[in-house]
Design a protein around this ligand. Structure first.
Ligand code: ADP
Ligand code: MG
Length: 233
């Protein structure tokens, strides 16, 4: 829970964006990618962020995931204004409270499935043996206990994404953020990954936020958030 990150348990939404803008200056010209975004997501929600390519979905997910900061506006995570946090505090919060899943898996190619799952746990002070046990439990949960010693190249795309989901859970985060998690998978494998995320939402009570432009993927979520031209409908 968020208390792990040194936060007081918050009343109110897990995520609260108020009038958030993200713009980039390029060659002296300011490009506004997101503007006037006001959005709140409660703990335990399963939400899909949808919209056409280039609409600002990934930019929004990066802000939610504390990988990037708003250019203007407020982002409160678990009741705490993130603008007041220094980069180290943001990293700590990100590592403890959030888990990430990306379209291209981003596994370390020379590390085993087990080590890939373990790695984000090394930032905490948990003893190695306990971490190994937890990583094995997570691999078992995603159906890959037998592949723990396999390298990513020895796994199918769907299996690699399962490893990434297990890795996202290693620090027992409040919230899983996934950017087009089924974008490289066939439809049968996509169903497996979305069912896995649904289970994590339902059984473990994790907040799950999935960016997708596929209606079939978004249908797993209980709430659809539409992004269009940098605005949330
Ligand atoms: P989506 O994920 O919906 O396809 P993105 O959030 O990746 O869209 O991008 C939205 C817009 O923001 C695009 O026009 C993209 O070129 C622009 N953009 C994203 N990141 C940057 C950046 N670091 N610098 C400049 N422009 C960016
Ligand atoms: Mg994107």
């Amino acid at each position: 829970m968020a208390t792990q990150a040194g936060l007081s348990p918050a009343a109110g939404p897990l995520i609260a964006l108020t009038d958030v803008t993200r713009s980039y200056a390029m060659a002296g010209v300011v490009h506004t990618v997101l503007s006037g975004v006001t959005l709140s997501i409660d703990s335990g929600e399963f939400a899909a962020i949808m919209g056409p390519s280039g609409s600002g979905k990934s930019t929004l997910l990066h802000l939610l995931g504390l990988l990037d900061r708003p250019s203007a506006g407020s982002y409160r995570f678990a009741g705490r204004e993130t603008a007041t946090l220094c980069d180290d505090d943001l990293s700590t919060l990100r590592n403890q409270a959030l888990g990430f899943v990306f379209q291209s898996f981003y596994l370390i190619p020379y590390a085993t499935a087990l080590d890939n799952v373990l790695l984000p746990g090394l930032y905490s002070n948990a003893p190695r043996a306990a971490l190994t046990r937890r990583a094995m439990e997570l691999l078992d949960k995603v159906g890959l206990a037998a592949q723990a010693q396999h390298k990513p190249s020895q796994l199918s795309g769907g299996q690699q994404q399962r490893v990434a989901v297990a890795r996202a859970l290693i620090n027992d985060p409040d919230c899983i953020l996934a950017d087009e998690p089924t974008g490289q998978l066939d439809s049968a494998t996509s169903v497996e990954i979305m069912e896995l995320l649904a289970t994590i939402n339902r059984d473990a009570g994790k907040t799950v936020i999935v960016v997708t432009h596929e209606a079939a993927t978004a249908a797993y979520a209980r709430r659809q958030i539409l992004v269009h031209d940098g605005r949330v409908a």
